[in-house]
Structures are given as C-alpha cells and as structure tokens.
Design a protein around this ligand. Structure first.
Ligand SMILES: NC(=O)c1ccc[n+]([C@@H]2O[C@H](COP(=O)([O-])OP(=O)(O)OC[C@H]3O[C@@H](n4cnc5c(N)ncnc54)[C@H](OP(=O)(O)O)[C@@H]3O)[C@@H](O)[C@H]2O)c1
Length: 275
C-alpha cells in the first residue's frame, strides 16, 4: 500500500492524498445497474492500492452510487476507509438535511460518514440554518467532519461563522492544471487556515491524460501524463484529489501518482505552461 497521507483540515485525522471519485459509478442522473460488479471491484482495488478515501453524493445515480460504495466497503474494517458524501443543494433546510443524511447512511450501510459536505450553495435557504443542521449531525455522531463544496471564499467564511463546536474541514472544488480560478484567493486561504482543498475533476475528465507537455515532463520521472497532473495537485499544501476511474489500468496509474513529488522547477514549469 502506497502511504501518502495528509491531515484533514484542522483535525488530527490523516487521509490519502489521492482518493477516488464516483460520479458516474452507479449512474449519472439516474441509477445504472449495468456495471455493478466492475464498479465494486474497481473501488475495492483502489482501496487496496491506498486510495481509501471514496467521494460520493446522494445525487450520484440518485443514491445508487452510495449503495455501490456501501457494497464495496463491506469487506473492509470501517476504519480502513474514509467515506465522503454530500447533501444535495435541495435538501439544505434543517429537517431535510438530517433526513438526507439518514438516507445516505442507510444506502452506505454505515453508522457514520467520515466527511459530509454541502454539495453546493443554495441562496434561497439561510446558510445559518444549513450549518446548524450540519453541526447537529456531528452532535448525533452521524458524521465525523463537515465541509462544503463549490463554495467561493466569502461564502465559506460565512458558513464557518455559523459553527460553534466544529470547523469546516474541507472545500471540494474543481481544480486542475487547466482550471485555476481558486488559486487567487480560496487556495491561499485554505492553506493559511488549515482547510483541505479537495480537488475534483483533476484530470479534466481524462483529457489531461493525453496532454503532450505532461507526457514530456513525465518522461524524466518514468510517469504518465495523468500521474503528472495528479502529482501537480498533491505537490501543493492542503490539496488532496479524487480522480474517478473504473478501469483497472487507470486505478493502478492513479495510485502510482502518490508516494513521490516532482521537482519544484517542474512544478513551476507546468504551472506556467497551463496558466
Ligand atoms: N463536488 C462537485 O460538485 C463535484 C463535481 C464533479 C466531480 N466531483 C467528484 O470528483 C470526482 C472526479 O471528477 P470527474 O469524475 O468529474 O473527472 P476526472 O476524475 O477528472 O476524470 C474521470 C475520467 O477520467 C478517466 N481516467 C481516470 N484515470 C485516468 C487515467 N489514469 N488515465 C486516463 N484517463 C483516466 C476516467 O475513466 P474510467 O472511469 O473509464 O477509468 C473518467 O472517464 C467525481 O467522480 C466526483 O466524485 C465533485
């Protein structure tokens, strides 16, 4: 197993620098049962390769992704995996949020979710009410840690201001070599304040795996373009990432993007090449 761990937010808990995404596993907007075995085997393989953080959400496959995650993890001790799930933006009223989490726990067949995120902001529902609900889940031990996703800096700060007994431990946002909006303010703030930035769509849906610049720089390390793109993310303080892969070759490749770091000059070269 490839131990490349980072601290989650201000907690004392360590998580893998590279975990696994599940958007499309068990369906997209609706459940898809056609690749169940392949999906479960892929997640189990990923866990064994060290990518034992799995990111899912109640909306993925309308809950079916969570069911498959539940099946994939049942052969492992609960503390050998770290489960991230997200409450849908339409369930951010206090009672809706508690019930949404209960349903996710049922589908995941687990007693707690390790990290529970507000999937995206809903400006029609008071954020204070949502964050009170999130904190209640921690009090009830239904979730260990909480965070947000797709929150710009100011809104993340506002969300934090409503919390009394806990902190926002992570903000999950789109971040990759081609998508760099959050470098200006969100990332430096997360690094200063001890919040994990969980980078989604790290391969720009696979397209970075074909990039020639990444291939060229990767040759010096014996690494592929995809591995360089993932390593560029985890080179950065407080950044972890969650590529999605069902293909076993992709899983093996992604796991091998951990356990080493490219040289600073190559990190800077890639940062500039894609700026
Ligand atoms: N919070 C949010 O709003 C939000 C939004 C989007 C995504 N996410 C999360 O982030 C995860 C990752 O993002 P994503 O799924 O959008 O995109 P991604 O991880 O950048 O790309 C996934 C695609 O890349 C392919 N791939 C994976 N590893 C590869 C490799 N080593 N070489 C070549 N191709 C490879 C996969 O193919 P195979 O599957 O065929 O292996 C899949 O087609 C999601 O699954 C989800 O959990 C969160």
């Amino acid at each position: 197993m490839n131990a490349d761990l980072k601290i989650l937010g201000k907690s004392e808990v360590k998580i893998p620098s590279i975990g696994m995404g599940t958007w499309g596993i068990g369906g997209w907007a609706a459940p898809d049962t056609s690749r169940d075995n392949e999906a479960i085997e892929a997640m189990q393989r990923g866990i064994q390769l060290g990518m034992w953080l799995i990111d899912t959400a109640e909306i993925y496959g309308r809950g079916y992704s969570e069911e498959l995650v539940g099946k994939a993890i049942r052969d492992f001790a609960r503390d050998q995996v770290f489960i991230v799930s997200k409450v849908d933006t339409n369930h951010l009223k206090y009672d809706d949020l508690i019930q949404a989490c209960q349903r996710s726990l049922y589908r995941l067949r687990t007693e707690y979710i390790d990290l529970y995120l507000v999937h995206s902001p809903n400006y029609r529902i008071p954020l204070k009410e949502t964050m009170n609900g999130m904190e209640e889940l921690v009090k009830r031990e239904m979730v260990r840690f909480i965070g947000v996703s797709n929150f710009p800096l100011n809104l993340m700060k506002e969300a934090q201001s409503y919390l009394n007994i806990t902190n926002i431990q992570a903000n999950q946002v789109k971040y990759n070599l081609k998508c760099r909006y959050d470098e200006t303010d969100l990332l430096p703030y997360c690094q200063k304040e001890g919040i994990t930035l969980m980078a989604y769509t790290p391969l720009e849906e696979g397209s970075l795996a074909l990039n020639q610049i990444l291939k060229d720089v990767g040759k010096e390390y014996g690494k592929t373009a995809a591995q360089m793109a993932l390593n560029w993310l985890i080179c950065q303080e407080n950044v972890v990432t969650i590529p999605k892969a069902i293909n076993s070759k992709h899983l093996d490749e992604n796991a091998e993007a951990m356990g080493w770091r490219m040289a600073k000059q190559d990190f800077e070269k890639l940062s500039a090449a894609f700026a």
